[in-house]
Design a protein. Structure first.
Length: 248
């Protein structure tokens, strides 16, 4: 069971046949803990199996979408193992989520807060938001199958720049590169995403599921294989240069 400081809330609310999942740990910029991975997976499981849900929207509470993993967990004894034990099932759920999954990026998206967006079918980003993937700067590797998904989304050279430099991606650039579909006015990312979600959800669920399966044919298997490679690379790098965020 999660301790109070590591507990994580993902709120679920329905708007017709659209399920909105809100990462709700704003005082920590919605940084993920093991409990966060577990709770989000459970919420996604519920949305996947509920016949009344046609579309799922993921967003964040407060001024960030998510700042990624809570680094205080990594520094705890056994923390990395706890994170890994809950992350793997979440990865499988994201890779196999059968219904349209949209993201309303309301603010800063860093690390897994950025790479989770690559598992979403559509991304709408607040005009003031920023995306960062600082893996090289932190002394670790790309994760969540982003080493394959990111080039698919933005092209090989742009993916190399974002991963190797750790440079931030502003909202306008995210759209121009194809990382996001469109921007939304400040504070309106969720509202703009809901407009698109309702349009999609107006169609019959079996047709949505069938078309998503066609669009993502083979992706789940590729994501699983890439994630194995990424984990092995991260473990090898950690043995060479030390824990995440600290060179030795």
């Amino acid at each position: 069971m999660a301790t109070d400081d590591l507990a994580y809330d993902v709120q679920a609310a329905d708007d017709g046949n659209v399920r909105v999942l809100t990462l709700n740990r704003p005082h920590k910029l919605n940084a993920f803990t093991p409990d966060g991975y577990r709770v989000l997976r459970g919420r996604l499981d519920d949305a996947a199996s509920d016949p009344a849900v046609s579309v799922c929207v993921l967003t964040g509470a407060g001024r960030a979408f998510s700042s990624g993993v809570d680094l205080s967990v990594v520094s705890r004894d056994g923390g990395a193992s706890e994170l890994g034990a809950e992350f793997d099932p979440l990865m499988e759920r994201l890779a196999t989520f059968p219904k349209p999954l949209l993201a309303a990026v309301n603010g800063l998206a860093v690390g897994f807060g950025a790479t989770i967006l690559l598992h979403c079918d559509l991304v709408v980003i607040d005009e003031a938001a920023e995306v960062r993937m600082p893996f090289a700067r932190l002394g670790t590797t790309a994760e969540a199958a982003s080493s394959w998904l990111l080039p698919q989304r933005v092209g090989a050279q742009q993916a190399a720049w974002l991963v190797l430099s750790g440079a931030g991606l502003d909202a306008a650039s995210a759209v121009s590169l194809g990382f996001a579909l469109c921007t939304a006015p400040a504070g309106q990312a969720l509202a703009a995403t809901m407009e698109r979600a309702r349009t999609i959800a107006s169609h019959r669920l079996p047709a949505l599921v069938a078309n998503k399966a066609l669009l993502r044919h083979g992706w789940a298997e590729e994501i699983a294989a890439v994630w194995v490679r990424e984990k092995a690379a991260a473990q090898g790098l950690a043995a060479e240069i030390g824990p995440i965020g600290r060179l030795v």
